[in-house]
Design a protein around this ligand. Sequence first.
Ligand SMILES: [Zn+2]
Length: 244
Amino acid sequence: MRILIVSDIHANLVALETVLKDANKFDRVWCLGDVVGYGPQPNACIERLRAFDLLCIAGNHDWAVLDKLDLEEFNPDARRAAIWTRNQLTPANRDWLHALPERIPTQAEKFTLVHGSPRYPIWEYVLTPAVARINFDFFDTLLCLVGHTHVPVLYRFHRDEQTATAELLPENFSTVLGPERMMINPGSVGQPRDGDPRAAYALLDLDTLTLTHRRVAYDIAATQADMEQAKLPTRLIQRLSYGW
Ligand SMILES: [Zn+2]
């Protein structure tokens, strides 16, 4: 069974379509949250995902557009985008976002899926080995998939030393997961922040536990034109060009 792992699509339909095409053949999709927020196509992104055999969890931006989170916690650009998104969503898509769980343990207890961290699924950023180390105590499975930082990375837990180390994932990085416990972030489809503007995602062969990280160039200008038409904040439009 081949799983497409995506995160932080952020309503960027052009990026999502490019990833779906690049991934080619897969049986299921696992999505690590922030389907909406920032980008110009929230309804289309939700509907595209829902057509697949899908596991999806909630991100902070998904909650923000529902008023499940205080918008004061967001910077002004993110807040404006959240309010814009709220006004675009169809009732059916709003209900779908509402029903998303905060975490999913899945597949014979091997994987935990969360948006931010196992400790604080909606909000915490796992940006350092120290924070990763703490979070290894907050899930029971061998492996945990996270999103939220928009940076592709693998944290490895060393049981003897009780420490965690980080490896940034280069393009086409491929590894067999385990036997150590690991926390993996596939990066962001719709708004990468590691200085590489190309869409990021991962493919997982569930039978061999082989994970491959991929990057794919998409038509950034097309998404930016849609954002301009929607009058979304300039800074959010520009950042897509730089991948930050
Ligand atoms: Zn995000």
